[in-house]
Write a new protein. Structure first.
Length: 811
């Protein structure tokens, strides 16, 4: 009062004239200055009060970011989410580099550009793309941008609806642009998907109903409220010409005290499902749209308990399969025998007993049916084989309903072992952090009720849509990252969006976030309500207090629906005495005709076969999966040579090798040596393969070197020959295909053949037999086309201290 003038400074009995100059010229200006200073200090105080609680969080986030960057650098990896920023940094327009040539080069090759789902484009992406669009326009090309501001629901992915909302001002993002390139805007008014009653319901809700909502918004100023109205300025749609008055709408707003709705919502949901099934819809015609994943969990669990078949990301996740959970419990217990919870889960499955765990001591007792799980040797099995072993022991493969989960899980195990070790602890960590949330791929024709979030429903359509939790709030607390720091501090600003920010330095940012949240949540409602083709069911909730329904603040979707349709709502009371406001608009004529005329699956297949004109096109057909789990033990056969080589190897390294065993090893070494330069490498390789021991290495090396030290052998094992060791010669004898294999065949530059056959630890008393054998080789080679052939037998004998070597020519 004192700041308004002199009257506030004195009582009526005081002579004011003598003090008027003092008050007007000194005191009132001082008071004004004081209040201005107070407001400034108060704003700064409230700003610090909002910022300080998050100071520690900023430091922690910075450390996490640094650690993440170190890991990425160490592993030479790059986050895909940083791609847009990387591109923007490379070609951004404010880095004093001329990058126009990039767009000129690309623009000269691309004639037409179409950007779909433009309402979800981020400002960063648009800064990167808009120069390309401009370059295309400069080349007189046509470009198309497609989007709907009302369906912008991905702000958490940096989608910015304001880009499309302001596109009528020009496609360039610079406010000072002298040539903004105003596009031609064409609004598609006709809705070809949805029945007429539902279209008209939505038209009313987002036109007249939205005006009522905007009149009740107290948090925003007029300018921001007008922005909300602008987003939905083209929400009114038309139906296709000559559309019948068809389509069903069922809305029930449950009334009760806060916290008393959960059971009623689920009961009402079941009634709505049964209602539509009774109308002739199949389960796969029905989609239940939910705001959060927590709600998806609640509804999935409830419908499963009521024996409905459901389809959802959650329902087909590995973690929700009983068989997969049992496999993981078995692996956990095998890995850690102290894991009594996993053991109890296995026991409960064996005994089909749902009684609670009585005591840890009792839970540690392993029943006879599970004795296999305590065997130490199963830990030696590879991860994949161990998983199959667990499946067979628990007989999980006998449940046909779980086979899809089991086979898919084994695929995941096999894929994991390709890039990782079979370490069981590491795999269980991978399960907890990643694998359990993955889902199996199912056939689109699976007969089940669809459960999905509103975000995932975008772009889809369903004959029937049910929205059971239509009560999400328009505004909530959220963390705000602020680029501009208005405090005397170099610390980045992170704070929580609260009403107290109204009196802080971040008042405008608070109002902007309020606007964004209002648009986000109205857009979610719009997306949900435009998914159905024939029938829409809405279940909301209105909290009441002693004075009735609280409508002072229209802060959630249910209240919005109530005020928008208040005149058309009818109050109902169920047998339990619960109150609800309902809106029903039924028209089943067209729906019944469609259901009656819908062909069966067999008819659909027959029709597709009849109408098919492309004989090479294959119509997909569902075939039930047949699976079986066979013994993983490997069965194999050995050649005679392999049996001889392996059987002749010594079983105990302490035993001295026999002359025959030494001969086999030397024969194997010489078969891999072409020239003397190969000796060292060949013997090292044999040691690595375990064919000879490390302590035998020098012994065999000395024998081979002595063999090749003679004049004739030295010539044979020098460069200049084409060498064929252990080469197969395939012949037909008495109607049978057989193979002959000379030890060493050398082809000279003159196309002459030198044949050598090794005879280790053998005497010359059987030389006639050996000569006959090598002569047989000669005849076969002559049949191939060689005429000049020299044949030799190479006798080698040895003791621990000396070696004898003799080469005999066979004529």
């Amino acid at each position: 009062k004192a700041i308004d003038g002199i009257d506030g400074w004195f009582s009526d009995s005081v002579n004011r004239s003598s003090k008027a100059d003092l008050v007007n010229n000194t005191l009132i200006p001082l008071l004004n200055e004081y209040f201005e200073y107070f407001d400034t200090c108060n704003q700064e105080l409230r700003t610090w009060q909002a910022v300080l609680p998050f100071i520690d969080n900023i430091g922690l986030l910075k450390n996490i970011a640094n650690h993440r960057d170190d890991i990425l650098k160490e592993e030479n990896k790059f986050l895909l989410s940083n791609t847009s920023k990387l591109l923007s940094d490379i070609i951004r327009l404010d880095n004093n580099s001329d990058i126009s040539f990039i767009y000129e080069k690309i623009g000269s090759k691309i004639k037409y550009i179409m950007i779909d789902e433009f309402q979800d484009t981020s400002l960063l992406n648009w800064k990167t793309l808009s120069p390309l669009v401009l370059e295309s326009l400069d080349n007189n090309q046509r470009n198309v941008i497609v989007g709907d501001v009302k369906q912008s629901i991905y702000r958490w992915r940096n989608g910015d609806w304001r880009i499309l909302n302001n596109i009528d001002k020009g496609i360039t993002y610079e406010e000072s642009s002298s040539n903004p390139r105003i596009p031609n805007i064409e609004t598609l008014k006709t809705n070809y998907r949805t029945d007429k009653n539902i279209v008209e319901f939505n038209n009313n809700l987002f036109s007249q109903g939205l005006n009522l909502l905007c009149d009740n918004i107290e948090e925003l100023d007029k300018e921001r409220i007008n922005q909300i109205k602008g987003v939905f300025s083209d929400a009114t749609q038309e139906t296709k010409p000559n559309s019948p008055q068809s389509g069903s709408i069922r809305m029930q707003l449950l009334v009760g005290k806060k916290g008393s709705f959960e059971e009623r919502i689920l009961d009402t949901l079941k009634q709505e499902i049964d209602y539509h099934l009774g109308k002739g819809y199949s389960p796969k015609d029905i989609a239940i749209l939910l705001r959060t994943n927590d709600q998806v969990s609640i509804v999935a669990e409830y419908l499963s308990s009521q024996n409905y078949n459901i389809v959802s990301d959650m329902a087909f996740s590995y973690m929700y399969s009983q068989s997969i959970r049992l496999i993981i419990d078995a692996l956990k217990y095998i890995n850690n025998k102290e894991n009594t919870v996993s053991l109890f889960n296995l026991k409960r499955y064996i005994y089909k007993d749902d009684k609670p765990l009585q005591s840890i001591d009792e839970s540690q007792k392993i029943p006879q049916e599970l004795e296999w799980i305590a065997k130490k040797e199963i830990l030696r099995k590879p991860l994949f084989d161990l998983s199959v072993y667990v499946i067979k022991q628990l007989q999980l493969d006998k449940d046909a309903n779980e086979l899809s989960f089991i086979t898919s899980f084994l695929d995941q195990v096999q894929e994991y072992t390709k890039n990782n070790s079979s370490n069981l602890t590491a795999f269980l960590t991978y399960w907890e952090e990643d694998l359990q949330t993955k889902k199996i791929i199912i056939n689109d024709d699976y007969e089940g009720i669809r459960l999905l979030s509103i975000h995932k429903s975008k772009g889809l359509e369903f004959p029937v849509v049910i929205i059971p939790y239509a009560n999400w709030k328009f505004s909530s607390e959220a963390e705000l990252w602020l680029k501009e720091n208005r405090l005397d501090s170099s610390i980045p600003t992170l704070l929580s969006k609260k009403s107290s920010l109204n009196n802080s330095f971040y008042h405008q940012e608070y109002l902007d976030e309020q606007l964004q949240q209002f648009v986000d949540n109205l857009n979610l409602l719009y997306v949900a309500l435009t998914r159905p083709k024939h029938s829409l069911s809405i279940i909301g909730q209105l909290s009441e207090n002693k004075d009735g329904i609280d409508l002072k603040h229209i802060d959630n979707i249910s209240k919005y629906l109530y005020i928008a349709l208040k005149k058309q709502l009818q109050q109902e009371t169920n047998p339990e005495g619960d109150t609800q406001y309902a809106y029903y608009l039924e028209s089943d004529k067209q729906i019944n005709e469609e259901l009656e005329n819908r062909p069966s699956t067999t008819q659909q297949l027959n029709n597709s076969t009849t109408q098919q004109t492309n004989i090479f096109k294959i119509t997909p057909n569902s075939i039930p999966l047949q699976s079986s789990f066979l013994d993983s033990q490997i069965k194999y056969s050995q050649t005679r040579q392999a049996k001889e080589f392996i059987g002749a190897l010594k079983n105990d390294e302490k035993e001295e090798s026999s002359p025959r065993q030494k001969g086999i090893i030397l024969h194997n070494l010489l078969s891999k040596i072409n020239t003397k330069q190969d000796i060292e490498k060949t013997i090292d390789t044999s040691v690595q393969k375990g064919e000879i021991s490390l302590k035998e290495k020098d012994y065999y090396k000395s024998i081979v070197e002595q063999m090749l030290s003679t004049e004739q052998a030295s010539v044979w094992f020098s460069p200049g020959y084409k060498i064929l060791n252990e080469i197969d010669i395939i012949v037909k004898e008495e109607g049978q295909i057989t193979t002959k294999r000379p030890d060493r065949l050398m082809i000279t530059k003159d196309n002459e053949i030198i044949l050598v056959d090794y005879k280790f630890a053998k005497t010359k008393k059987n030389i006639n037999e050996y000569s006959s054998q090598i002569k047989n080789y000669e005849q076969l080679i002559k049949q191939i086309g060689f005429s000049k052939i020299q044949s030799y037998l190479w006798f080698v004998d040895f003791t621990e201290t000396q070696i004898s070597s003799e080469i005999v020519e066979v004529k």
